[in-house]
Ligand binder design. Structure first.
Ligand code: PLP
Length: 469
């Protein structure tokens, strides 16, 4: 007798959305207090009560350690290395001063940034002037002060040729290269090597009898977490240097491989944490120095090697302290916490899953929460579904690794921008005061035809008062 299984009725497959349990979606059971409640010798609770939130805090020690460890990693392999601090990554005077005191040169990409370096007393000879928009006056100032100027386009080269005639002397300049190394190509800047454009630029410079190309520059991308890109870029750059030297009886005195080394932050697209996935300074150094050393026999001298690292030196040193101002449930059942910071202070949250910590002891497990900023904008999202202990109003959060670009690209938007503090051992110093409404509006003007009795009594009167004060 055969044993036949009973026929079951056919159930068509169905798709159903998962219901997220409101407010207490447990993702772990064993969470205790978050570890970062002190920075150096300073309690972050004390910092928050003394200076208010939001507020940025930077560790001087971490800035110095990062600078030293990158420089040492490269210098062990190629001693003629100089780090040039990328001002655009963070141009607060105190930050630039820390790196300067570690021996960094200044790398600037506009007349404005050039002025900051000058104001901080960086000698012209230790300033590298890059960027696609340099005015004639800025170029003249830079050449007069002996700065390294890397030319970005044929138009700029022609202007420098004319400038050299006006200045009555020949000028040394570098050219910026771009190479077919990555996709999409990073080709907005400089002269392309493979198409012959870069060779044409050198020819035009030397043929003018006014401009000698004495250096090469490339910036291969940003957050480059593949050291191989540096290896390929440096190899091609050094090969091109040898060609320029032999074709034009020139000497290439420096090779500048730009910045772009990844910090330990994690991209939204990354599965592994940046800390685990991204290369070490030694790996970057090896990638850069191996092809350079291999190509040395073909070069006339040992060129100076510049590295314009930005984000990898400053990201880990800074955090944003911010407080929960309200907790709510969204229409999909998710818990959301609104904090007194926002994406205007953390533009890098569009790129990174910033590490977030809560400064409180918690007996509870973690739950996923959307961390939203205080801007009156739906897009103001700092992190989605981040596992944290249950948050309540008033909780203090630390958004970590926010040092790069979150000052220079932050916005005064809806709120004035907050203070930056430098923690050095047990000391806390204000390195940028929080903006005041008066500061933000000081440059506003009302044309006479728009003045009314109201504005005369308030806007105009207050300004007069302040000027008199
Ligand atoms: C020419 C140049 N050098 C250096 C940097 C610093 O890059 P990062 O902060 O990614 O290291 C940049 C940034 O875009 C740059 O444009």
């Amino acid at each position: 007798m055969s044993r036949r299984s009973p026929t079951l009725p056919y159930d068509p497959p169905a798709l159903e959305s998962l219901v997220v349990r409101p407010l207490m979606r447990q993702v772990s059971r064993n969470h205790s207090a978050s570890p970062l409640d002190r920075l150096e010798g300073v309690s972050l609770h004390d910092v928050a009560s003394r200076f208010g939130t939001p507020v940025y805090v930077v560790s001087e020690r971490r800035l110095r350690e990062a600078h030293r460890s990158l420089r040492d990693a490269v210098a062990r392999r190629y001693p003629e290395v100089v780090l040039a601090w990328s001002y655009k990554t963070h141009y607060l005077s105190a930050i630039c001063s820390v790196f300067r005191s570690e021996g960094s040169w200044a790398e600037v990409v506009s007349g404005f940034e050039y002025g900051i370096a000058e104001d901080l007393g960086v000698p012209g000879k230790e300033t590298i002037f890059n960027g696609p928009h340099k005015t004639d006056a800025e170029l003249e100032r830079a050449f007069t002060r002996g700065s390294i100027v890397n030319l970005d386009s044929f138009g700029e080269l022609d202007r420098v040729i004319r400038l050299s005639r006006r200045m009555g002397r020949k000028l040394d300049a570098g050219i910026r290269l771009n190479m077919n190394l990555n996709y999409p190509p990073w080709d907005k800047f400089g002269f392309n090597v493979e198409s012959g454009q870069a060779a044409d630029a050198c020819r035009r410079a030397f043929d003018s009898g006014r401009v000698r190309v004495n250096g090469l520059h490339a910036h291969l991308g940003t957050y480059v977490n593949d050291p191989g890109l540096y290896a390929r870029g440096m190899d091609r750059m050094a090969q091109f240097a040898a060609e320029v030297e032999s074709r034009h009886a020139a000497t290439i005195e420096y090779l500048d491989i730009g910045g772009g080394l990844a910090s330990t932050n994690t991209l939204h697209s990354q599965f592994l944490k940046g800390e685990a996935a991204n290369p070490t300074f030694d790996q970057y150094a090896e990638a850069i120095c191996t092809p350079l050393t291999r190509r040395l026999p073909f070069l006339k001298s040992r060129p100076r090697l510049f590295l314009e690292a930005g984000r990898c030196l400053v990201d880990e040193a800074a955090s944003l302290l911010t407080r929960v101002v309200s907790v709510k449930q969204l229409s999909n059942g998710m818990k959301a916490a609104i904090v007194d910071g926002g994406v205007h202070l953390l533009p890098t949250s569009y790129w990174y899953k910033h590490d977030i910590q809560v400064l409180k002891e918690s007996r509870f497990g973690l739950e996923e929460v959307h961390l939203l900023g205080c801007l009156c904008m739906q897009i103001d999202v700092i992190r989605t579904a981040v596992p944290l202990p249950p948050l309540t109003e008033g909780d203090l959060l630390v958004v970590r690794n926010v040092g790069a670009y979150n000052y220079s690209q932050s916005m005064t938007f809806i709120y004035p921008r907050p203070a930056w503090l430098l923690v050095s051992g047990n000391r806390v110093e204000v390195i940028r005061e929080g903006e005041t409404p008066e500061y933000v509006r000081a440059l506003d003007r009302i044309p006479p035809h728009l003045l009314t009795r109201e504005t005369r009594k308030s806007f105009v009167a207050r300004r007069k008062e302040r000027r008199g004060a």
